[in-house]
Design a protein around this ligand. Structure first.
Ligand code: DC
Length: 222
């Protein structure tokens, strides 16, 4: 029988990095649901739509296909109308668009079955918004992963600098704080832990410590 593990938490808490490593250890498939929203954000941006064009984004949905697949290195890729757009969806512009489209109910409904189908056939670790509350309410394990805004901003800063980007720590901290506020105060799918989620704080921990902590929690419950 397949087992589902749902992970949510604020942006930059290390969800995807930790979830990927934990999935590898457990032999589960890691599903990055944010990539699906990003692909829709990209489709909207390509059509010249903006964050305000909610009806046009909803009207666009029947015209597009979004799919998660795996490449020859077993890495997840996201296909928009059959095109691998995994590299194109990681820009700040598409982050903003993804956030905007993810607040449109039609977009969430469009992606719901796709996400559920993946958990039906395989044991998965799925992360991001509403996985433990709406998408997989019966997930065996639900984890709400957090860390302080300063800690998350520092990690993101280090990541972007490593990628050779010219960024400023204070700007990133302000972005983190603004995004936390927007994510937890929006009407549609606000960021909030499932009632039965296990709360895990990774502030001040290195990656290995956090992964081991999560693996312990998971193994105890599988
Ligand atoms: O995690 P991310 O930055 O790749 O996600 C992109 C956007 O999509 C982000 O604003 C949150 C949103 N999202 C969501 O609302 N529900 C999900 N299950 C995944 C992502």
């Amino acid at each position: 029988m397949s087992i589902a593990i749902a992970i949510d938490g604020p942006a930059g808490a290390g969800k995807s990095t930790i979830a990927k490593l934990a999935a590898k250890e457990l032999g589960f498939i890691y599903v990055d649901t944010g990539a699906l929203y990003r692909a829709i954000g990209l489709a909207a941006a390509r059509r010249g739509l903006t964050a305000e064009d909610k009806e046009a984004v909803a009207a666009m949905l029947p015209e597009i296909t979004v799919k998660l697949a795996f490449n020859e290195n077993h890495e997840q890729i996201v296909l928009l109308d059959g095109e691998d757009v995994s590299g194109l969806i990681r820009t700040p512009e598409i982050s903003m668009m993804a956030s905007a489209v993810s607040a449109i109910p039609e977009v969430r409904a469009f992606l719901l079955d796709l996400q559920r189908d993946m958990a039906r056939t395989d044991s998965v670790i799925m992360d991001r918004r509403e996985i433990g509350t709406v998408v997989l309410p019966n997930a065996k394990i639900k984890i709400f992963l957090s860390a302080s805004p300063e800690c998350r901003a520092r990690r993101r800063y280090d990541e972007l600098i490593e990628k050779g980007m010219d960024v400023n720590y204070d700007d990133i901290l302000n972005d983190v704080i603004a995004r936390d506020y927007a994510d937890s105060h929006r009407d549609i799918a606000p960021l909030k832990p499932a009632a039965d989620a296990i709360m895990v704080d990774t502030s001040g921990e290195d990656l290995e410590t956090s992964v081991n902590k999560l693996l312990q929690i998971m193994r105890d419950r599988i």
